[in-house]
Design a protein around this ligand. Sequence first.
Ligand code: ZN
Ligand code: ZN
Length: 151
Amino acid sequence: MKNKQAAEIFREFLKRGNNRITPERFEVLDAALEFDGHFSADELFISMKNNHSRVSRATVYNTLELLTHADLLSLRNFGAKVNRYESNYKRQDHFHLVCIDCGQIMEFTENKIEIISKEISEKLGFETSSYSFNIFARCKRKPDCPYYNAT
Ligand SMILES: [Zn+2]
Ligand SMILES: [Zn+2]
């Protein structure tokens, strides 16, 4: 197991919820935390399969859900039909800028967003748990975008 501390958090979470503690679930945990960037359940499943894992697609799907509830992963939706996940473990809160032409995703941090989120929650009598913020934009000027030079 590569991520011992995260595995401990997950084990406690599974115990609390009376979920079964299986080696496959910890295999998914490691693969998810090692994955570079944002991934869909299928992308993770395929990359695990390519690494000769025998974990089933169903196990990948339901373990990702559990890991999200355990706050080890964040669920993201960048406007596409598939949801994506990313590691939340030992990572700073961040937001996303999504290119609607080529799909590339840039991460950024911005204190003002955090302050405004907290202010709004407070005003409405809530306590902020987490927040997510996406900007959808066009990166036409970036040479690595396939739409560069178009028009
Ligand atoms: Zn682009
Ligand atoms: Zn991200």
